[in-house]
Each structure stands twice: as C-alpha cells, then as structure tokens.
Design a protein around this ligand. Structure first.
Ligand code: IMP
Length: 164
C-alpha cells in the first residue's frame, strides 16, 4: 500500500486539481480504504458498483453498472481502483464508459493481476501483485458474497467453495 501510494503521490504531485480515485465495488472497498491513506495529495473518493459475476466464480462476460459515479469527471484526473483484474472484461467496459466522459487522464490501479486469464488487453498502471490462475478471497474479495472480511488473501479451492 505504501509503495503504491507513494508512486501515485509522485505521479500526480504537480496537478492543480484533485485526483478522483474511483473504487470499483464491492471488491475494492478494503483496498481503496487502505490505499487512500498512503496518497499524500488532495483526492476525491468516488465509487462505481458493477456486477460481473453471479454467486459463482464463473465470469459471465456481462458487466452491469449498479451504481454510477457521483462526480463529473470531464477534464479531471481519474484513477480507477480495482481489486483484481482477471479476464479484463470489467475493466475494459469501465474504461470505455469513463473514457467517453473525456477525463483529463484515466489510469488503473489494481491490487491483484491474473494475466493468465486475460481475454481483453487492458492497461494496468499501478499493480500490487501478479498472481497465477487461482481463485482468491479475503481483503474485500468474495466468493458468493462470503469471505470479504478476511484479514488476509487466501486461495479458495474448488472443494471448499460450496462448504459452510
Ligand atoms: P474480470 O472482468 O474477469 O477482469 O473480473 C473482474 C472482477 O471479477 C473483479 O473485480 C472481481 O470482483 C472478480 N474476480 C475475478 N477474479 C476473482 C478472484 O480470484 N476472487 C474473487 N473475485 C474475483
């Protein structure tokens, strides 16, 4: 968090307007909360809620916007904060929706990156960790809404996914 926050602080230091940090709900809520505390700049925090997965771990490929931004982003610096980039479908869609609003800049920060599963090439400007093709939970990440509160990130094995 400190390293990412310092990089972001360095890169946006000379901008005259507030950086708009956009958390993608629900998964990014823990990451964004920790990350913003390491960004030593005037920032505005906003959220978008999207649904790309159902109760299962399978990607549907369909992204729905459940909650849009409160902020106008035209002409502003926007940093999209994602928990994990997997197929890239969610990010690809969000970048096209937000890009159409003509922000001054639009960058991506993700905690975890699973490049092995990528279906769309998407830019990731700030990356916490690259991980292999495993399903992870905790620290905001869920499986069917469970495990978001874990204080660590764990690999969820298929045989554990349905268990109580
Ligand atoms: P993508 O559209 O396939 O890149 O998926 C992005 C979203 O899928 C993330 O924001 C997560 O909500 C969810 N997701 C992808 N991989 C995982 C995982 O390993 N654990 C939990 N959620 C995941």
């Amino acid at each position: 968090m400190r390293e990412l926050g310092q990089q972001i602080t360095r890169d946006y230091r000379d901008r005259d307007a507030h950086l708009v940090m956009v958390g993608v709900l629900k998964g990014a809520f823990v990451f964004l909360a920790d990350l913003v505390r390491w960004v030593e700049l005037p920032v505005v925090v906003d959220f978008m809620a999207v649904a790309s997965y159902g109760a299962s771990t399978r990607t549907s490929g369909v992204v729905r916007i459940l909650k849009d931004l409160d902020e106008e982003i035209t002409g502003r610096d926007v940093l999209l904060v994602e928990d994990i980039v997997d197929t890239g479908l969610t990010l690809d869609y969000l970048l096209s929706v937000l890009g159409a609003r003509r922000p001054r800049s639009l960058k991506v920060c993700c905690l975890l990156d699973k490049p092995a599963r990528r279906l769309r090439p998407v830019p990731v400007h700030y990356r916490g960790f690259e991980i292999p093709d495993v399903f992870v939970v905790g620290y905001g990440l869920d499986c069917g809404e469970r495990y978001r509160n874990l204080n660590y990130i764990a690999v969820l094995h298929q045989e554990d996914a349905g268990r109580d």
